[in-house]
Design a binder for this molecule. Structure first.
Ligand SMILES: [Zn+2]
Length: 140
Protein backbone atom coordinates (compact mmCIF):
# COMPACT_ATOMS: atom_id res chain seq x y z
CA UNK A 1 0.00 0.00 0.00
CA UNK A 2 1.30 3.42 -0.92
CA UNK A 3 1.39 6.01 1.75
CA UNK A 4 0.70 9.69 1.71
CA UNK A 5 3.89 10.30 3.68
CA UNK A 6 5.96 9.54 0.63
CA UNK A 7 5.30 13.18 -0.21
CA UNK A 8 7.13 15.90 1.68
CA UNK A 9 5.30 18.87 0.34
CA UNK A 10 2.51 18.89 -2.15
CA UNK A 11 -1.04 17.82 -2.78
CA UNK A 12 -2.84 14.54 -2.56
CA UNK A 13 -6.20 14.29 -4.21
CA UNK A 14 -7.98 11.49 -2.45
CA UNK A 15 -11.30 9.66 -2.68
CA UNK A 16 -11.57 10.19 -6.41
CA UNK A 17 -14.39 8.15 -7.83
CA UNK A 18 -13.05 5.02 -9.50
CA UNK A 19 -12.15 5.78 -13.10
CA UNK A 20 -12.13 9.55 -12.74
CA UNK A 21 -8.47 9.83 -11.79
CA UNK A 22 -7.19 9.88 -15.34
CA UNK A 23 -9.67 12.55 -16.38
CA UNK A 24 -8.61 14.79 -13.51
CA UNK A 25 -4.95 14.07 -14.18
CA UNK A 26 -5.34 15.30 -17.74
CA UNK A 27 -7.62 18.17 -16.86
CA UNK A 28 -4.95 19.50 -14.47
CA UNK A 29 -2.28 19.02 -17.15
CA UNK A 30 -0.28 16.70 -14.91
CA UNK A 31 0.86 14.58 -17.85
CA UNK A 32 3.01 17.52 -18.96
CA UNK A 33 4.69 18.66 -15.74
CA UNK A 34 8.31 18.11 -14.72
CA UNK A 35 7.84 17.51 -10.99
CA UNK A 36 6.85 14.18 -9.48
CA UNK A 37 3.24 13.20 -9.89
CA UNK A 38 1.48 9.89 -9.54
CA UNK A 39 -1.88 8.62 -10.60
CA UNK A 40 -2.84 5.56 -8.67
CA UNK A 41 -5.92 3.75 -9.82
CA UNK A 42 -8.15 1.17 -8.22
CA UNK A 43 -6.93 1.64 -4.68
CA UNK A 44 -9.13 -0.31 -2.31
CA UNK A 45 -11.05 1.88 0.04
CA UNK A 46 -13.21 0.90 2.96
CA UNK A 47 -15.59 3.73 2.22
CA UNK A 48 -15.82 3.48 -1.54
CA UNK A 49 -14.79 -0.03 -2.48
CA UNK A 50 -12.33 1.29 -5.00
CA UNK A 51 -10.98 4.76 -5.59
CA UNK A 52 -8.37 6.66 -7.54
CA UNK A 53 -5.68 8.80 -6.02
CA UNK A 54 -3.40 11.53 -7.35
CA UNK A 55 -0.20 12.66 -5.69
CA UNK A 56 1.48 15.87 -6.71
CA UNK A 57 4.87 16.69 -5.29
CA UNK A 58 4.47 20.42 -5.69
CA UNK A 59 2.17 23.13 -4.41
CA UNK A 60 0.16 24.14 -7.43
CA UNK A 61 -2.95 26.23 -7.74
CA UNK A 62 -5.81 23.87 -8.27
CA UNK A 63 -8.98 25.00 -9.90
CA UNK A 64 -11.37 23.66 -7.31
CA UNK A 65 -14.35 24.50 -9.49
CA UNK A 66 -13.08 22.22 -12.23
CA UNK A 67 -12.44 19.45 -9.73
CA UNK A 68 -15.85 20.04 -8.21
CA UNK A 69 -17.53 19.52 -11.55
CA UNK A 70 -15.65 16.35 -12.36
CA UNK A 71 -16.05 14.77 -8.94
CA UNK A 72 -17.56 16.78 -6.07
CA UNK A 73 -16.91 13.97 -3.60
CA UNK A 74 -13.14 13.96 -3.74
CA UNK A 75 -10.88 15.39 -1.03
CA UNK A 76 -7.88 17.62 -1.57
CA UNK A 77 -5.15 17.19 1.04
CA UNK A 78 -2.46 19.82 1.32
CA UNK A 79 0.74 18.18 2.52
CA UNK A 80 3.54 19.93 4.34
CA UNK A 81 6.40 18.24 6.17
CA UNK A 82 4.89 14.89 5.23
CA UNK A 83 1.70 15.68 7.10
CA UNK A 84 -1.76 16.69 6.06
CA UNK A 85 -1.92 20.38 6.83
CA UNK A 86 -5.28 21.08 5.30
CA UNK A 87 -8.19 19.06 3.97
CA UNK A 88 -10.40 20.68 1.39
CA UNK A 89 -13.85 19.28 0.72
CA UNK A 90 -15.39 20.09 -2.60
CA UNK A 91 -18.86 20.71 -3.79
CA UNK A 92 -20.52 21.21 -7.10
CA UNK A 93 -20.27 24.96 -7.80
CA UNK A 94 -23.59 26.80 -8.06
CA UNK A 95 -22.18 29.16 -10.64
CA UNK A 96 -19.17 28.76 -12.83
CA UNK A 97 -17.30 30.94 -15.26
CA UNK A 98 -14.74 30.27 -17.94
CA UNK A 99 -15.10 26.51 -18.17
CA UNK A 100 -18.02 25.82 -20.42
CA UNK A 101 -18.76 27.21 -23.83
CA UNK A 102 -22.36 27.47 -24.87
CA UNK A 103 -23.41 24.70 -27.23
CA UNK A 104 -26.10 26.75 -28.85
CA UNK A 105 -24.66 28.00 -32.16
CA UNK A 106 -27.10 30.89 -32.21
CA UNK A 107 -26.28 32.02 -28.71
CA UNK A 108 -25.00 35.58 -28.52
CA UNK A 109 -21.87 34.29 -26.74
CA UNK A 110 -20.76 32.32 -29.80
CA UNK A 111 -21.84 34.95 -32.29
CA UNK A 112 -20.00 37.72 -30.51
CA UNK A 113 -17.22 35.63 -29.01
CA UNK A 114 -18.05 36.53 -25.43
CA UNK A 115 -15.63 34.97 -22.98
CA UNK A 116 -16.13 33.97 -19.37
CA UNK A 117 -19.79 33.27 -19.78
CA UNK A 118 -21.44 32.35 -16.52
CA UNK A 119 -23.23 29.03 -16.21
CA UNK A 120 -25.69 28.31 -13.46
CA UNK A 121 -26.29 24.89 -11.92
CA UNK A 122 -29.73 23.51 -12.74
CA UNK A 123 -29.46 19.80 -12.00
CA UNK A 124 -27.16 18.50 -9.28
CA UNK A 125 -27.51 14.84 -10.17
CA UNK A 126 -26.83 15.30 -13.86
CA UNK A 127 -24.31 18.10 -13.17
CA UNK A 128 -26.13 20.21 -15.68
CA UNK A 129 -25.57 23.93 -16.08
CA UNK A 130 -27.40 26.53 -18.12
CA UNK A 131 -25.97 29.41 -20.09
CA UNK A 132 -26.71 32.80 -18.50
CA UNK A 133 -27.59 34.28 -21.89
CA UNK A 134 -29.75 31.70 -23.64
CA UNK A 135 -30.52 29.04 -20.98
CA UNK A 136 -29.12 26.22 -23.13
CA UNK A 137 -28.06 23.37 -20.90
CA UNK A 138 -24.59 21.92 -20.87
CA UNK A 139 -22.52 19.50 -18.83
CA UNK A 140 -18.94 18.29 -18.74
ZN1 LIG B 1 -25.87 30.43 -24.59
Amino acid sequence: MLNIDSIKKGIVIDHIKEGYGYKIFKELGLHKVDYRVALIRNVSSRKQGKKDLIKIENRIDLDLNVLGIIDPDLTVNIIEDEEIKEKIKLSLPEKIKGIFNCKNPRCITSEENIENVEFILVDKDKKEYRCEYCDTKTSL
